[in-house]
Design a protein around this ligand. Sequence first.
Ligand SMILES: [Zn+2]
Length: 63
Amino acid sequence: MKCPICNQESVRDYRPFCSRRCAYIDLGNWLNEDYRIDDGSLFADEEHGNMSRDHDNGKTDPS
Ligand SMILES: [Zn+2]
């Protein structure tokens, strides 16, 4: 599995990220998306269809 932020191999403790730093970067991106609503331009943006994409850690990864 590759880190979605920097494309390096992910570390188990921080999956799907390679480090806590990348996890925070992703979280930051995520929050920025929400904060953009305050601009007023995307006030009605309630379609977060991709939200649960990274919560798919139910299966065991052999690597
Ligand atoms: Zn990374």
